[in-house]
Design a binder for this molecule. Sequence first.
Ligand SMILES: [Zn+2]
Length: 151
Amino acid sequence: MRSREVNRMNASLINHFRKTLEASLSEVSQNISAMKSDLALIAEVQPTAFLDCADHGKEESDLNTRFRVHEHDTATLKKVQGALNRINRGCFGRCAECDEEIDIRRLEVQPSVTLCFSCQEDEERILRSYRSGARNPSWSDEHEAVLDLSA
Ligand SMILES: [Zn+2]
């Protein structure tokens, strides 16, 4: 009985998640604007840096790393904004795929999560097979050839 109650979304939990999300929103926004002025400064003092970055991929350049961090921050910002929108619309904590309630413990770890555990697992399985196929196309060709022979 008690564990079920703990596991249900209520107004004070919503408040708690809203605060958490707002805190990460301001943190990520600060990172992004700091990074933007950083990159603008680099472009100003060293206009060829961006070209170098694209042309010489041998070394993992500092600029490259910063771009990736920036991309990651931008993606996080979108997720956090999406979660705050869901709070405002009153559908926070529900799976975007199957509309079941997402486990509170899961939301505690990552309040911006949009899928329940089983839908997330499904998605990761699809992504994994897609990625391994894209990264290593020869393997799947070979694999299919073997399957064809046995058929
Ligand atoms: Zn689901």
